[in-house]
Design a protein around this ligand. Structure first.
Ligand code: ZN
Length: 495
């Protein structure tokens, strides 16, 4: 079996679980509402404004004054001149600072673009007071990126170079979002590459037919395979009254296994909430100060597998740990301000979702997941543990279908198929009920090429962590090393 397709694992049954939050700032919400009203009014006005500019006064925020452009390097001596290197590093800090303001201003145009922010309050206040137009923000991102190009030859420290590369990728993502929010549409693969730093190569759906045939053997019977699989999993539904104790226990299991491998801040914590009316199935809102709010969407019945999936993906060693590591190592230790804001559409999300999905297998290798679900989670959920292991065999087999989710998203977003076809294909290749396929298609419509971050992110994180068959301790060290450094998809692929 091709290793790649086997590794393209994605929690299809779980739907999509997003990584973070926007800053829950009432002022930002108010400004967004005001802006939208102004834009609506402008559209409806009989005399048209210039089409790409919102009808409101635009003031350029006071920007950090950048040093003058660096002279072209005159050879090795110039690159090693400590004074020149110091100016280059100052420019890097300045660009990082301005990048934060730029992303926060983007958030005033579309609040869900900001997944988390816990940087200086003054930057948020400035952003919501006088946000630039989307066109101006796109241009600002290009200029900041050019400033980085100017100083790149003068940054000799590996940490500075790695920081600069990541910042350039973030600026390209911000520029791309500013264009998308103005209505520009990119082809699926182009969009993914510009936002997340990786170009997905997708299998045709026919590549998954053999897996479907193998799954059909596990769930024999008449009727559509998706209906048979859905009916089989129905008996593993957690009753509403048991959700909280079941999830609490699952999260405790995930936390204990993670805490055995990594020292976490003593005051880290999160609140677990059950919500409805969302296009995602779970969400980690990182609040800063090592705190998260983890939400579980209960629109559809919650299946047992969600308990450990969510505990690991949203909690430990997934999003909550990822954000703890970023705050502790990049924001607090290094004072790299660009990491105090987390734009949803950025290469950070590739690593966030990839590491969160892979974290489940890292925390529960081999048969350990089966043992914990049989011994602890199922009894708490009031579910009779099955006599055989078909349940887990089926879950594993379905994971091998996860790449199909991306192919369907690409076809739908690129206009090759319509929504009813996308929903039908999601049922067929995701082996989910129609309501779940509808929810997954809603997610694709809203978050677009973000879907690549799950299956492809997991595959690339797994390949990186498990390269050369290391010990389990080494796998944890590699995994944690990724979370505490600016990491791009290209770093995962590098040998
Ligand atoms: Zn997630």
């Amino acid at each position: 079996m091709p290793r790649r397709s086997a590794l393209l694992a994605l929690a299809v049954l779980a739907g999509m679980t997003l990584s973070g939050c926007y800053a829950l700032d009432p002022e930002m919400r108010r400004v967004v509402a005001q802006r939208k009203a102004a834009e609506r009014a402008a559209k409806e006005a009989p005399t048209k404004q210039a089409p790409s500019e919102p009808a409101m006064a635009v003031t350029i925020l006071p920007q950090t004054v950048l040093p003058p452009p660096m002279p072209a390097p005159a050879g090795a001596d110039a690159a090693l001149d400590p004074a020149v290197a110091a100016v280059a590093r100052h420019t890097l800090d300045s660009v990082a600072h301005d990048y934060v303001g730029l992303v926060l201003e983007l958030g005033t145009h579309n609040k869900s673009d900001i997944d988390a922010y816990y940087g200086p309050k003054a930057l948020m206040a400035a952003a919501v007071t006088d946000p630039r137009s989307l066109a101006m923000l796109g241009e600002a991102a290009r200029q900041l990126s050019a400033s980085l190009d100017d100083v790149a030859p003068h940054l000799t420290a590996a940490a500075d170079q790695r920081r600069l590369r990541a910042l350039k990728a973030m600026l390209l993502a911000a520029e791309t979002r500013s264009e998308m929010l103005q209505g520009k549409r990119f082809a699926f693969a182009d969009e993914a590459e510009r936002l997340f730093g990786v170009r997905p190569t997708l299998e045709p759906l026919s590549a998954y037919d053999a897996t479907l045939a193998a799954i059909a053997q596990l769930v024999p019977g008449d009727g559509e395979l998706a209906d048979r699989v859905d009916a089989y999993f129905d008996r593993f539904t957690i009753p509403a009254a048991r959700l909280k104790p079941t999830f609490d226990a699952a999260i405790a299991q995930c936390r204990a296994r993670t805490a055995a491998q990594v020292m976490m801040p003593e005051d880290e914590s999160f609140d677990l909430q059950f919500v409805t009316g969302k296009s995602w199935s779970g969400y980690n809102f990182y609040m800063g100060g090592y705190r998260s709010i983890i939400q579980v969407n209960t629109d559809l019945p919650i299946r047992l597998a969600r308990a450990l999936d969510l505990g690991c993906h949203e909690g430990y060693p997934g999003h909550h740990l990822f954000n703890l590591q970023i705050e502790a190592k990049l924001v607090r230790d290094r004072n790299w301000i660009e990491y105090s804001v987390y734009p949803l559409y950025s290469p950070q999300s590739f690593l966030a979702e990839g590491s969160a999905n892979y974290g489940i297998d890292l925390a529960f290798p081999g048969d350990e997941r089966i043992a914990v679900e049989r011994g602890t989670i199922m009894p708490l959920a009031g579910i009779e543990p099955p006599a055989d292991e078909r349940y887990w065999q089926l879950l594993d087999a379905i994971k091998a279908l996860s790449g199909a989710r991306l192919t369907i998203a690409q076809q739908y977003l690129d206009g090759a198929i319509d929504r009813p076809t996308a929903v039908a294909l999601t049922q067929k290749y995701g082996l989910v009920s129609r309501p779940r396929a509808e929810q997954m298609t809603d997610f694709t419509e809203k978050y677009r090429s973000y879907v690549i971050n799950y299956g492809l992110g997991e595959a690339m994180v797994r390949d990186y962590v498990e390269r050369g068959a290391p010990s389990r301790d080494m796998m944890w060290r590699r995994f944690l090393g990724l979370l505490g450094e600016p990491t791009l998809p290209a770093d995962l692929a590098a040998q």
